[in-house]
Design a protein around this ligand. Sequence first.
Ligand code: DGL
Length: 273
Amino acid sequence: MDARPIGVFDSGMGGLTVLHECLVTLPHEDFVYLGDGARLPYGPRPLPELVRFSREIAAYLAEQDVKLIVAACNSATSAALPQLQEELEIPVVGVITPEAHAAVQATRNRRVGLLATEATVASGRYAELVHALDAGVRFFSIACPRLVPLIESDVPFGAATVDAVREYAAPLKEAGVDTVILGCTHYPLIRPIFQRVFGRDVTLVFSAEETAREVAQTLARKGFENEKGREGSYRFLTTGDPDVFRALGERFLQLPLSSVEHVGLTELERAAA
Ligand code: DGL
């Protein structure tokens, strides 16, 4: 038995969709979530900068004595997962491998699409992982810079979001993909828009469920699980404004948010120094 909490991080709110699935799959575990609101969005940033941010956050979470870290951000996972795994003693689970697996298993015509941030597309990590599992898959990736700001805005379900999704989906429909990886943890929030634009014949792969499954299996196989039957707790840290986090956070988590604490960027920098 291991009573330490699990650390989860993202640039902002998107990782809460992963936390939600983890809370449902692992109700007996404790979680601490860190959203890097002060430096959102990660998508347009260069990969070396995302490596630095991810290392700072992971070092800070490790100081909070977490037993496993979930990089609940596709951009951070694409940029930094190998470095985090090399540097930390505890396991680090990213959101890309579980989705790549699920997509290769799901596709029937072996044409797979990816919608993600610019950083995730630029890293080429999904294409590598998909081809490591099935070298014969045709892979098509599209960067979607407008989606994260729209999803974090006051009108996530407005016409501008529908138009953007239509525009980004068009080349994938043209390519005849039967499976689309939604490679950004913000995207589940607008799931109905993706489902309507792509229709029933296209399988949509989201990271949240796949990642929660991977976290549960990792804890079980390593013997790191907390006592079953208890109800776990969850708490929130943000580098941004705690009031903004609380207001938007409930929309993403679909559960009540209790206290939200502020963490300064200097504290993160110190942890990694
Ligand atoms: N939710 C994150 C991701 O999965 C980051 C989005 C952003 O900050 O641009 O990529």
